[in-house]
Design a protein around this ligand. Structure first.
Ligand SMILES: NC(=O)c1ccc[n+]([C@@H]2O[C@H](COP(=O)([O-])OP(=O)(O)OC[C@H]3O[C@@H](n4cnc5c(N)ncnc54)[C@H](O)[C@@H]3O)[C@@H](O)[C@H]2O)c1
Length: 79
């Protein structure tokens, strides 16, 4: 089996490890499902994605890292 053959990932448990693994898998393009016995943990994981992604865009795309590396950096204010 090659990595290209993998399309779907299931993560059991949305705790410290699971919610990060789930997000990283999704960001890498895999169809990802994360489950947990705790609805509270699932909600926390879902809320984390919303707060985390905005920060990553700020850091990598608009921020200093993006400007230094020229990886995906953009700025709406420059002509
Ligand atoms: N946290 C670390 O730094 C770390 C490092 C290496 C390995 N691990 C291992 O990774 C695993 C998870 O660690 P963690 O820190 O994320 O733990 P955690 O307690 O934060 O998360 C575990 C999650 O699994 C859920 N869960 C338990 N039983 C379940 C079930 N039957 N179905 C669905 N969900 C279920 C719990 O509700 C919880 O949210 C452990 O086996 C741990 O030993 C953790």
């Amino acid at each position: 089996m090659n990595i290209e053959d993998i399309k779907n990932i299931s993560v059991i448990g949305a705790g410290n490890m699971g919610h990060q693994i789930c997000l990283q898998s999704a960001l890498k393009g895999f169809n990802t499902v994360c489950t947990d016995v705790s609805k509270k943990l699932l909600k926390k994981a879902d809320d984390f994605v919303d707060s985390y992604l905005a920060g990553r865009v700020e850091h990598y795309v608009k921020g200093e890292y993006g400007q230094k590396t020229k990886k995906g950096w953009y700025d709406y204010t420059k002509q």
